[in-house]
Design a protein around this ligand. Structure first.
Ligand SMILES: NC(=O)c1ccc[n+]([C@@H]2O[C@H](COP(=O)([O-])OP(=O)(O)OC[C@H]3O[C@@H](n4cnc5c(N)ncnc54)[C@H](OP(=O)(O)O)[C@@H]3O)[C@@H](O)[C@H]2O)c1
Length: 508
């Protein structure tokens, strides 16, 4: 009976949510911004959606002199202020039963001993079954020390049939060499399959939808190549400035902060070949393949641009320039705008430039991937009829207004034949009744389920630095970045870079 599919074989309802098995999460750095605004609220939201096990336990590790109840109050306030889903007392009460606190500093071996005891106790009392995720929401310079303490205390080595995973936040190094060193340290303690590097962009619905758009449809893939695509623009623009973030950002800059991770990951998903399946190793293999074929276009002084925002107007608000922001030195040469051009040496993409740009204090907060198509080879109209016709485009809107826009030419109503661009929109907000979960909800749940597809592996991180390092070295030899007025779309040099290539930036 070849070709016969047994309808009873897979009776699992695909709409049933995946629920994590027995486990606990230890957060290092619970007093930090990320833990308060994102991690603790996301854990509550998961509990509220019924996706955490009854035994779930949340353990905070910090140097404050707190009791379990004090930490419970901190989590409560973070949840009340930042959770996405409505507050429900019964959900909170159940979550609160599993909240514990361990006081200590990262250099205190005894504190890690107390942490191990606490986890054993929770295993016995609540049935967390020896499964633990360690979330390092701490400054990167402390990663090594915490990993080593976890190793010494035996927490990194779970017993047979149990798991121990580590979650780390960007930045994954400062350049290729430091990334290799960091990976070396982490991998000396945790095997790569137990390391979960968070790039929260990959947890966004719209980013996962790139895969659905490309590989679940017949419409797009035939034109997703250099026969039809003229160029690709990947943009992450922010309207906010850097007041108060000097400590982290000064000396790092826009390219390291955003291009190395978020934008190169978006590029990989946009440009990769179809994976054999959506299993983690198949997906990673395709991302690694395309990243290994990617390199900055030469010469770098013609194909890159960087800038630093000066005072200007953000809407109706007058704002200061970077050098007047608190936490930045007057002679800081940190770039707040970065644009690079990369090429991908594959049959599919040869000759198609990919323009990646990011910046602070730009005209609008927006993240998008735009495929700009070649012009029609022939237009059977008078020139005057198509004066306002641009190039077709497919724009994946990652945030804030998630969806997809197709731009194409259409006849303007009237007796004359005049063709102008129009947009056709798909919007998540109006197409689906359900709200998208926060990226951190999806990613934390994936850590607990041991599902690594959405986490970049060590090789991807290193390859991204290999692409970016030559650009960073070039800029390091160039002195000050070009100034641009806050509220605009970056320095004039970025527009000149595009004009040299015979193209224009989109103004989203
Ligand atoms: N905030 C974001 O949106 C964001 C985005 C992407 C990535 N990240 C990354 O996420 C991590 C955390 O970010 P964050 O913004 O939350 O940082 P943060 O506000 O500076 O918090 C750092 C945390 O680490 C703790 N800590 C530092 N040194 C310690 C030590 N020796 N012993 C014990 N605790 C120590 C701090 O505790 P004290 O309060 O006691 O000092 C604090 O809880 C960083 O790696 C950052 O690069 C953050």
């Amino acid at each position: 009976m070849s070709g016969w599919v047994n309808p009873l074989r897979d009776k699992r309802d695909k709409r049933m949510p995946r629920i994590a098995g027995p486990c606990g999460v230890v957060i290092f750095g619970v007093t930090g911004d990320l833990a308060r605004k994102k991690l603790m609220p996301a854990i509550y939201d998961l509990a509220n959606r019924g996706l955490l096990p009854a035994s779930f336990s949340l353990i905070g590790f910090a140097r404050r002199d707190w009791e379990h109840e004090d930490f419970g109050q901190v989590v409560y306030e973070a949840v009340k202020q930042h959770a996405r889903t409505p507050f429900r007392q019964e959900v909170w009460d159940r979550l609160a039963e599993g909240i514990r606190f361990v006081q200590g500093t990262f250099d205190d071996e005894e504190a890690f001993g107390r942490l191990a005891e606490q986890l054993d106790k929770l295993d016995a009392e609540r049935g967390t079954s020896g499964n633990h995720a360690f979330y390092l929401s701490i400054p990167p310079k402390a990663f090594q020390q915490v990993c080593e303490q976890l190793q010494k205390s035996g927490l990194a080595r779970p017993q047979e049939g149990r798991w121990s995973r580590v979650v780390i936040e960007k930045p994954f190094g400062h350049d290729l060499q430091s990334a290799q060193e960091l990976n070396g340290v982490v991998n000396s303690v945790f095997p790569e399959e137990s390391v979960f590097r968070i790039d929260h962009y990959l947890g966004k619905e719209t980013v996962q939808n790139i895969l659905a758009l490309r590989f679940a449809n017949e419409l797009y893939e035939p034109i997703w190549n250099n026969n039809y695509v003229d160029s690709v623009q990947i943009t992450m623009a922010e309207d906010i400035g850097l007041g108060g973030r000097g400590g982290y950002y000064d000396g790092v800059g826009a390219a390291r902060d955003v291009i190395q991770n978020h934008l190169l990951q978006l590029l990989a998903l946009t440009a990769m070949e179809e994976p054999v399946s959506f299993g983690p190793s198949e997906l990673q293999a395709e991302k690694i393949k395309v990243l290994s074929a990617t390199q900055p276009m030469q010469p770098l002084d013609q194909t890159t641009a960087r800038g630093q925002y000066a005072a200007g107007w953000q809407g109706s608000e007058k704002v200061v320039g970077l050098l007047e922001e608190e936490g930045f030195s007057e002679d800081s040469i940190t770039e707040t705008y970065a644009a690079i051009t990369v090429e991908i040496d594959t049959r599919r993409w040869a000759g198609v430039p990919f323009f990646l740009r990011t910046g602070k204090r730009l005209g609008r907060r927006v993240t998008e991937i735009a495929l700009i198509f070649k012009r029609a080879p022939h237009l059977p109209f008078d020139k005057t009829m198509t004066e306002e016709l641009g190039q077709n485009a497919l724009v994946i809107r990652v945030q804030p207004d998630e969806g997809i826009t197709t731009r194409f030419g259409s006849k303007v109503p009237g007796s004359a034949m005049e063709v102008r661009d129009v947009n056709m929109d798909f919007s998540y907000g109006s197409a689906f009744a359900e709200d998208s979960p926060e990226a951190y909800e999806r990613l934390i749940l994936d850590v607990l389920l041991g599902e690594p597809s959405l986490f970049p592996v060590n090789k991807e991180v290193e390859m991204s630095w290999e692409i970016l390092d030559p650009v960073l070295d070039h800029w390091a030899s160039q002195g000050k970045p070009d100034a641009y007025e806050a509220g605009t779309w970056g320095p004039a040099s970025a527009d000149e870079m595009m004009h040299r290539m015979g193209r224009e930036w989109r103004r989203p």
